[in-house]
Write a protein that binds this ligand. Structure first.
Ligand code: UD1
Length: 420
């Protein structure tokens, strides 16, 4: 197993190029199940989660060719519709094949993803919506078995909670359904918006893109031809590097980004005293003498992203005074707190609210990554901790950050990947 050895404290300086968004690429790759031709997707991040989904499609009978950061996916030869436990258990987002497989073939079986480090994460809303579209769903032997032999039918679906992958799943199911589907209380994340835009540009009319109510006009099982396109930049990766600059009090430019996707994150950094130069596709963060304490509540987009919560918690350890960070989306997403405490952070956890007292002097220690974003928070803390920090179990990091240690090294971090 690999781990990262970080020697701190190190200031950073320079430019970081941001990769394509993992959470946009995943539904877009699942979307190739709706196509009657090979689909070329550019700006794909070379991370483990993407390889997992491609492997899943390959197991079902699709072919793909990944060259650098582009992939061609051809699902025409696909006949198997069972997504097995061995893959789904490694990545919950595998559930994204449920909607498109069912819509195209009229039946499929997808392993239930089970629990994960950040909480229970059920898929009841995905299933309820598909039932409303005419699917018969049973759970048997750990699998969701879904059938709609005559195809899915458009319906009016109201999500009683906003779900990102649930929205993507239902959009893809509705794309091949008969008639129109109205999806109320849909997620508005930029990753969902891109899925809608690509479908809309390629023969599936969608109204209300970017709003909480989508109207999807299904093709009645006619597969679509999808023109080549590029995945949008990863706003969470960009936010993580902005936090890396902030915590090390460095000037850094992140390039190939969509600043409009980062408004809530930049807003919080401004509140903490940082200043910015923002261009169309780049953001430069300028450090501050004194980092101010902040109060954060995670919310659905355009609110503050839960995927940036851990990184801001690390940053808050360096702010003057008391910060509070409230996690509203996932019940168990504070596993990194005890690891940050090992480095010397002063954090009190009360249910889903973390209270952070700063600034705290951090000292290097062995710490363990517990989930994807928690891992990057430990790397950030390691870069300002005095001495050596070893971050173990970084397979979590590799799921979603392309070349993290190479990108950080290039801007001056003393960081190395080693084998246990
Ligand atoms: C996606 C992102 C993840 C991010 C999360 C929230 C991908 C691949 N992953 O995860 O990085 O942290 O959005 O922004 O895009 N829920 C239910 N029933 C359901 C579905 C969800 O109760 O059927 C609950 C969840 O337990 C959670 C909340 O709704 O409390 C939001 O979850 P959801 O938006 O579905 O997260 P994911 O799509 O899994």
């Amino acid at each position: 197993m690999d781990y990262l050895k970080i020697q701190g404290p190190t200031p950073l300086k320079g430019n970081v190029t941001i990769s394509g968004a993992k959470n946009a690429a995943l539904p877009l790759i699942a979307m190739t199940l709706l196509s009657n031709s090979s689909v070329h997707i550019g700006n794909i991040p070379a991370v483990a989660d993407i390889r997992t989904l491609l492997k899943l499609l390959h197991n079902l009978g699709a072919t793909f060719n990944m060259q650098g950061n582009s992939v061609d996916v051809d699902t025409r030869s696909l006949t198997n519709t069972k997504a097995t436990y061995d893959i789904v258990k490694t990545m919950r987002a595998s559930i994204l094949v449920l909607g498109p497989l069912l819509a195209r073939f009229g039946h499929c079986e997808v392993s239930l993803p089970g629990g994960c480090a950040i909480g229970q994460r059920p898929i009841d809303l995905h299933l309820k919506a598909l039932e409303q579209m005419g699917a018969a769903i049973t759970i048997h032997g750990g699998y969701v078995r879904a059938e709609a032999p005559g195809g899915l039918k458009g319906a009016h679906i109201v999500f009683d909670k906003i779900t990102v992958t649930g929205t993507a799943n239902i959009i893809m199911a509705a794309a091949l359904a008969k008639g129109k589907t109205i999806l109320t209380n849909a997620a508005r994340e930029p990753e969902v918006v891109q899925l809608c835009q690509v479908l809309n540009n390629n023969g599936v009319a969608i109204e209300g893109i970017g709003t909480a109510e989508l109207i999807i006009h299904g093709t009645d099982r006619r597969l679509i031809r999808i023109d080549p396109f590029d995945v949008i930049p990863d706003r969470i990766e960009a936010g993580t590097y902005l936090c890396a600059a902030a915590i090390t009090r460095s000037t850094m430019k992140v390039e190939k980004v969509r600043p409009d996707h980062l408004e809530s994150v930049i807003g919080k950094l401004i509140e903490m005293g940082f200043t910015f130069e923002i261009d169309e596709e780049s953001i430069t963060i300028i450090p501050t003498e004194m980092i101010k304490a902040v109060d954060i509540v995670t919310q659905e987009y355009p609110g503050f992203p839960t995927d940036m919560q851990a990184q801001f918690l690390a940053l808050a350890t360096q702010a003057e005074g008391t910060s509070t960070i409230e996690e509203r989306l996932f019940e168990n997403r504070f596993m990194h707190v005890s690891e940050l405490q090992r480095l010397g952070a002063e954090i009190k956890l009360n249910g889903h609210i973390a209270t952070v007292k700063g600034p705290a002097q951090l000292f290097g220690a062995d710490v363990m990554a517990t989930d994807l974003r928690a891992s990057s928070a430990l790397v950030l803390a390691g870069m300002i901790a005095e001495g050596e920090t070893d971050v173990h179990r970084i397979y979590h990091l590799d799921r979603g950050y392309e070349n993290l240690e190479k990108k950080l090294k290039a801007v001056g971090a003393d960081i190395e990947r080693l084998k246990e």
